[in-house]
Design a protein around this ligand. Structure first.
Ligand SMILES: C[S@@+](CC[C@H](N)C(=O)[O-])C[C@H]1O[C@@H](n2cnc3c(N)ncnc32)[C@H](O)[C@@H]1O
Length: 549
């Protein structure tokens, strides 16, 4: 890294300063070393300073004229009412001016500095990385979704702002100086050296302070207070480098999945881990992201689908599906108004929220691609589960249950979240760990229903979407229902649709009950883990103690 920095310093005298400064981190130290190197390089190849000096003197003269009452000729420094930022900026300038006379170096700081926003080789390890990734990969068409992440980000808005907005160099100094509580003037040193003052609080890396060994201390000897500073060990450099590799892998994966989601107009997907060093969840190399739908890999099933002529679909003639009783799609629906038993109802409100009025095990029949209302599909009250996902998803490492999923915005009860996608498989063909990402379609939600001869599953091991990371909880906030739009009810191949069963605040993990029938077990069996089940780690108060995957 030192070689790389040297060669960079030789190539360009622009000074890259990362935005999103974390004053106390090792990364900043590395950056400050690079900064020193550039300064040394500038000393080796000095500028023709006479021109620059003339310009500065002329400017200084102007300033003096403006504030003619000030004997020191640096009125900005003494004006108490000026905001801090300006005061500090003036300090930098005046330091620069002074240094031109003595060292001829610092003028280049103010004139040649450029603030880079993304060229950093090492990123600070924090959740803010993931949040910025999220905005990076988001698709742009999100009329319904607010991107305001303040409730969950856990990082200050100022920090986020600094990630996105180029910061003037004076501000960088300003924040350094504020942090160390020692200004360049007070310390009698350059602004840069004051920034690394060891009195500035805790250090993330506990390397011993070794002022005498710091390369900068030799060159500043006698002139300025030596900078007692931390030297990164090879290990900390390696860790920082590894961290940058890991987070970039996550960013790549987030970008890839978000791109696939965007094809179907769905919002972004971001991978986040603030718990440990695992870079990503395990995914087979050939894993394919599929935001929605199924691919019918099994021979028998694909044959069946081929036979599925559009003639078998019920289609409605409604221009707008305003009434379920009149919409032909609802002919075989069993959703009735409780009060007026014969009046049919849609499963959704006009706002597109699931109404929880569907009897257990009943398939919700949505309008399909052959219906007339297709022209107005976004507002059709009978097409909800098939709409694109409107909220950004985070796949994050949980403390006890591997990777899980959450949204970065609040979700209201009844909001459809998505559906389980992947290839259909015959349930019996999958056993043991191979069943981990397998979702049985046959009657899990209704324990009283007979298992059909043709029990299908969706197997998301090699192909699927974010819902494959939904974990189990005995006190879930998501439930599953079945909906049909690209197949017909008789095929018993509905979509498995996830819906928020209560309001879910941004940042709360989505969970559903893997085994609702177990909830009906008597308390007698509590505490025992049945054969084939594993210990449940959901941590809820109602935890049954085991989970059957
Ligand atoms: C469909 S996957 C969910 C995603 C998974 N957490 C991951 O990291 O890939 C199901 C697996 O998650 C784990 N899991 C989910 N919920 C759990 C819970 N409440 N307690 C223990 N393990 C759980 C189990 O290992 C289960 O086999």
């Amino acid at each position: 890294m030192a070689t790389l920095r040297k060669s960079k310093a030789e190539k360009s005298l622009n000074i890259d300063v990362w935005s999103g400064l974390d004053l106390l981190s090792e990364n900043d130290y590395l950056r400050s070393q690079a900064f020193d190197e550039k300064l040394r390089e500038r000393k080796r190849k000095p500028l023709n300073l006479s021109e620059r000096m003339d310009a500065l003197l002329a400017k200084h003269k102007d300033d003096k004229n403006d504030k003619s009452g000030d004997p020191a000729g640096m009125p900005q420094l003494r004006t108490p009412s000026l905001p801090r930022r300006q005061t500090r900026s003036a300090t930098v300038e005046s330091d620069t001016h002074r240094s031109i006379r003595s060292e001829s170096v610092l003028s280049t700081i103010s004139s040649n500095s450029s603030i880079a926003t993304s060229s950093s080789p090492v990123r600070p390890p924090s959740s803010s990385t993931s949040y910025s990734t999220q905005s990076e990969v988001s698709s742009s068409k999100t009329p319904l979704v607010s991107r305001n992440r303040s409730s969950t980000s856990g990082t200050s808005s100022s920090r986020r702002q600094s990630t996105n907005t180029p910061t003037p160099l004076a501000d960088v100094y300003n924040s350094r100086a504020n942090s160390s509580k020692v200004t360049a003037r007070q310390a009698g040193s350059t602004p840069h050296s004051s920034a690394k003052n060891p009195t500035s609080g805790s250090r993330p890396f506990k390397t011993p302070l070794t002022p005498s060994t710091h390369p900068a201390s030799a060159s500043h000897k006698g002139k300025e207070r030596a900078r007692p500073d931390i030297l990164p060990t090879p290990r900390t450099i390696r860790l920082a480098f590894e961290h940058s590799q890991v987070s970039s892998k996550r960013e790549n994966m987030s970008r890839r999945w978000s791109k696939c989601a965007a094809i179907e107009n769905a919002e972004s997907i971001t991978f986040v881990n603030t718990v440990d060093n695992e870079e990503l969840p395990f995914l087979p190399d050939n894993f394919r992201y599929l935001e929605s739908g199924y691919n019918y890999s099994h021979k028998n099933i694909s044959e069946k689908i081929d036979l599925l002529d559009q003639a078998v679909f019920t289609r409605c003639e409604c221009r707008k599906c305003t009434s379920a009783t009149r919409c032909d799609c609802q002919d075989s629906s069993e959703i009735f108004d409780e009060e007026y038993k014969r009046r049919k109802l849609f499963a959704y409100s006009d706002e597109g929220l699931f109404l929880f009025n569907v009897p257990g095990g009943t398939e919700v029949i949505e309008c399909n691609e052959y219906c007339k209302c297709l022209d107005d599909e976004l507002s059709c009250p009978n097409r909800v589960a098939q709409r694109p996902r409107r909220f950004p998803v985070e796949i994050f490492k949980t403390r006890n249950c591997g990777w899980g999923v959450r949204s970065t915005i609040n979700i209201e009860a009844g909001r459809v979240l998505g559906h389980y996608s992947g290839p259909r498989a015959e349930a019996e063909t999958l056993k043991g760990p191979n069943k981990m990402f397998c979702f049985d379609i046959d009657g899990r939600e209704d324990p009283n229903e007979d298992e059909s001869d043709e029990a299908y599953s969706v197997d998301a091991r090699y192909c699927g979407n974010w819902t494959r990371f939904l974990n189990h909880s005995c006190s879930p906030n998501v439930m599953v229902y079945q909906a049909v739009w690209a197949t017909i009810p008789e095929m018993k191949m509905p979509n498995l649709v996830f819906v928020a069963s209560r309001d879910i605040p941004a940042g709360t993990e989505f969970t559903f009950d893997y085994d609702p029938s177990a909830a009906q077990l008597s308390s007698k069996g509590k505490g025992r883990i049945p054969k084939g089940a594993s210990e449940c780690m959901c941590g809820s108060e109602e935890c049954r103690g085991f989970v059957r995957v």
